[in-house]
Design a protein around this ligand. Structure first.
Ligand code: E4P
Length: 215
């Protein structure tokens, strides 16, 4: 299981990368907007400080433009993975770019049928937007479980990224569903460390140890 950070906050990434458990970063236009910085410098900085895969999104809307933009973005770093949208042009561009060896993260996938198209066009990553699916009243993890089963059944090599993660429970469900990658905002990432029983137990140990040292 890989863990990516779903953020373009360079300081937040720097603060967590040394944990040794962060394998990469994903961004999207909203995340870049929140960083308060222009796209290219912030994307290049993240590509430099993160040794693993960094997803950066191509914002063109036609196939030809997406192909040209993705080639350009891919030249920014060996660890650059290009995000393309789940659209007709996005799938067409993905088919062209995957044949060139450019790694594509097909994003905004919300159904098994969309995941099928992404896999057939040879996406490197398929981002399933679990939290957004749940918000419609449907079951995001069902799409993940079905996609995982489809990949096994037909031997598709794409990796599922669980996106739109809203809670630590989404993380546990993603593990049980056999997803290969989680992309987490910093809040949920930080929550992975915590459990009240751990805190209470360690607090008691610290108190008892103080009593031992005072003997
Ligand atoms: C993934 O591809 C998405 O860009 C991202 O995880 C979406 O997260 P959000 O629903 O919190 O915007």
């Amino acid at each position: 299981m890989k863990i990516f950070l779903d953020t373009a906050d360079v300081e937040a990434i720097r603060a967590r990368i040394d944990s040794g458990v962060v394998d990469g970063v994903t961004t999207n236009p909203s995340i870049i907007m929140k960083s308060g910085k222009p796209f290219e410098p912030v994307a290049r900085e993240i590509l430099e400080i993160v040794p693993g895969d960094v997803s950066i999104e191509a914002m063109s809307t036609t196939c030809d433009e997406m192909v040209a933009e993705s080639r350009q973005l891919a030249s920014w770093g060996k660890n650059a993975v290009i995000k393309l949208p789940m659209t007709r042009d996005g799938i067409k561009a993905l088919s062209i770019l995957s044949r060139e060896g450019i790694r594509i993260n097909l994003t905004m996938v919300a159904s098994l049928n969309q995941a099928l198209l992404a896999c057939k066009a040879r996406a490197h990553y398929v981002s399933i937007i679990v939290g957004r699916i749940d918000a419609t009243g449907a079951d995001g993890m069902e799409v993940v479980r079905d996609t995982r089963a489809m990949m096994r059944q037909y031997g598709f090599e794409a990796q599922i990224i669980i996106g739109s993660v809203r809670t630590p429970n989404h993380v546990m469900m993603a593990i049980r569903a056999g997803a290969q990658v989680l992309t987490l905002g910093t809040t949920v990432f930080d929550q992975l460390y915590d459990h009240p029983l751990t805190e209470a137990g360690l607090e008691q140990f610290a108190k008892d140890w103080q009593a031992v040292e005072n003997r």
